[in-house]
Design a protein around this ligand. Structure first.
Ligand SMILES: NC(=O)c1ccc[n+]([C@@H]2O[C@H](COP(=O)([O-])OP(=O)(O)OC[C@H]3O[C@@H](n4cnc5c(N)ncnc54)[C@H](O)[C@@H]3O)[C@@H](O)[C@H]2O)c1
Ligand SMILES: O=c1ccn([C@@H]2O[C@H](COP(=O)(O)OP(=O)(O)O[C@H]3O[C@H](CO)[C@@H](O)[C@H](O)[C@H]3O)[C@@H](O)[C@H]2O)c(=O)[nH]1
Length: 481
């Protein structure tokens, strides 16, 4: 059997590597239009940082796993074609800032239609709006040349940073297909691929539209949990309760469960924001305004939380950060990844730069080149009217941004340190050494509850931790909401 995956990104690469590992008799080709990405997949430095991935790629590459820019050849030879291209939020025109941009998806679908000469199972791996499978069928069968296409939805649930573990031991594999005999047969073929390593009771076959929608709903639910606990973090700060204790107490109820209850200064990443926007847009297109407003609130609380964090930083430091050096630890949207797409750190940086702070940013996996690119590119403001794009930093503001080679360099001479992602190394820093190298009073603003505030207070720091009881300094300062 031959499998081809269109899109060699954060999903296509790891997913296909694991299929190749677990199904040695299957030939897997991952194709992409990006020459640079494919070259990186064929090198010793993969285009994405993902723990454990390199070993699998190195084991399978050249055996039954290949990476190529020859999209036509591999698509035409394949029995199963996965579409795993990017489906970002539209930034222009109808549905800007809301709808999923299906440009890449359509181009992949058209390629399949153009080059196929044999029957194929076409699998939606990308996250797409519900009923996209219908459009896919139309594109493929418009001029089908007698070819039989079966369409399946097989959304991916891996999280970055734990992709390999998630793929090796998934909670579930979802296969959505049509309720026809051919549809059921196609679903069985894909099920047999996963059955090489996934227990049968974890492979769920459902209706095509349910599978497409389940992916958006799964992300919306996870993000909703974070926004819920983040909203409570604000109340904890106002009342002296501790959000970690509240989360533990609530999460112990087996009906609630403990996952995704870590309060933070806001969630980010390439998925949650764009998938909720897509869900909201679909609701609106179906006339469900109240339902759309309900889910939009998850994003509003996320924005509230990010801006609340920035206000805490500025107001604690005498309400002025002009010319003050602030160390920013962490730039990717979470630990164990170099991915900066929709990282919430950008919003904090922008907020501090608006108040004329000087930033020294360090992330173990984000290069200076990437950081500058992210900070200077235009960013969509989802909550404003269409075509509203903000240039994140002006050239003058860019002069206020520096990158550091490590956390100690970032904190040298700084007035404050913001901990903005949860890399393990940030837990283990020598905070006494950091304190000694900083201006006094020395502030730590922990946006992810990575450090023990009491230990840092004992060193001499003034500490703000999301949702934790405030120390006297922070408590005495009124913050505009
Ligand atoms: N990143 C994640 O953790 C994650 C997890 C689950 C689902 N998803 C979903 O999976 C999809 C892919 O996400 P990603 O993070 O891998 O995106 P990505 O941007 O990392 O990769 C997509 C790749 O597709 C390529 N591409 C675009 N159009 C193409 C075409 N016509 N022909 C060949 N290649 C083409 C791009 O060059 C790019 O390398 C998205 O729909 C996303 O929402 C992502
Ligand atoms: O308790 C928590 C858990 C996560 N986060 C933040 O939420 C964001 C997303 O984190 P995570 O879900 O771990 O990473 P993603 O790689 O974005 O994975 C999500 O998005 C993927 C793409 O759709 C899905 O496949 C995954 O199932 C889903 O978890 C990050 O900023 C995290 O720091 C919190 O603030 N608190």
């Amino acid at each position: 059997m031959k499998i081809c995956c269109i899109g060699a990104g954060y999903v296509g690469g790891p997913t296909m590597a694991v299929i190749a590992l677990k199904c040695p008799s299957v030939e897997v080709a991952v194709v992409d239009i990006s020459v640079k990405r494919i070259a990186a997949w064929n090198s010793n430095r993969l285009p994405i940082y993902e723990p454990g991935l390199y070993d699998i790629v190195a084991q399978c590459r050249g055996r039954n796993l290949s990476f190529s820019t020859d999209v036509e050849k591999h698509v035409s030879e394949a029995d199963i074609v996965f579409i795993s291209v990017n489906t970002p939020t539209k930034t222009f025109g109808l549905g800007a800032g809301k709808a999923a941009d299906l440009t890449y998806w359509e181009s992949a679908a058209r390629t399949i239609a153009d080059v196929s000469t044999s029957d194929k199972i076409v699998v939606e791996k990308s996250t797409v709006p519900v009923r996209t499978g219908e459009s896919l069928k139309k594109i493929l069968t418009h001029n089908s040349k007698g070819i039989n296409y079966q369409i399946l939805s097989n959304p991916e649930f891996l999280a970055e940073g734990t992709a390999v573990q998630d793929l090796l031991r998934p909670d579930r594999v979802l296969i959505g297909g049509l309720e026809t005999p051919e549809g059921k047969k196609a679903a069985q073929v894909l099920k047999d691929v996963y059955a090489h390593w996934v227990p049968e009771d974890r492979i769920i076959t459902i209706n095509l539209w349910s599978a497409e929608l389940s992916k958006l709903v799964a992300n919306a639910y996870l993000a909703q949990r974070i926004s819920s606990i983040n909203s409570i973090s604000a109340l904890c700060e106002a009342t002296g309760a501790d959000v970690s204790e509240v989360a533990r107490a609530v999460g112990k109820d087996s009906r609630v469960g403990p996952m995704y209850l870590n309060a933070s200064f806001g969630f980010g990443g390439s998925a949650f924001i764009k998938d909720i926007l897509s869900l909201v847009y679909i609701c609106k297109c179906n006339g469900l305004t109240d339902v759309a407003e309900y889910w939009k609130q998850v994003l509003k609380i996320n924005d509230f939380q990010k801006s609340r964090f920035v206000k805490r930083v500025i107001s604690s430091m005498f309400n002025t950060v002009v010319g003050k050096k602030i160390a920013v630890l962490g730039f990717a949207f979470k630990k164990d990844t170099g991915d900066t797409r929709d990282t919430p750190v950008i919003d904090v940086c922008k907020g501090l730069l608006d108040d004329k702070a000087t930033l020294s940013i360090y992330d173990p996996q984000v290069s200076e080149e990437q950081l500058i690119y992210d900070l200077t590119m235009q960013k969509l403001d989802w909550d404003r009217s269409s075509s509203n794009q903000l240039l994140i930093l002006s050239p003058t503001e860019m002069k206020q941004v520096h990158t550091a080679r490590n956390a100690y360099e970032a904190a040298e001479g700084a007035h404050g340190v913001c901990i903005l992602n949860d890399w393990d190394e940030f837990r283990e820093l020598d905070y006494r050494k950091i304190y000694e190298a900083m201006c006094k009073p020395a502030f730590i603003f922990d946006g992810r509850n990575v450090v023990d505030p009491e230990k840092l207070r004992a060193i001499g720091f003034i500490v703000y931790s999301i949702g934790k009881p405030l120390d006297a300094w922070v408590k005495s300062i009124a913050v505009a909401v």
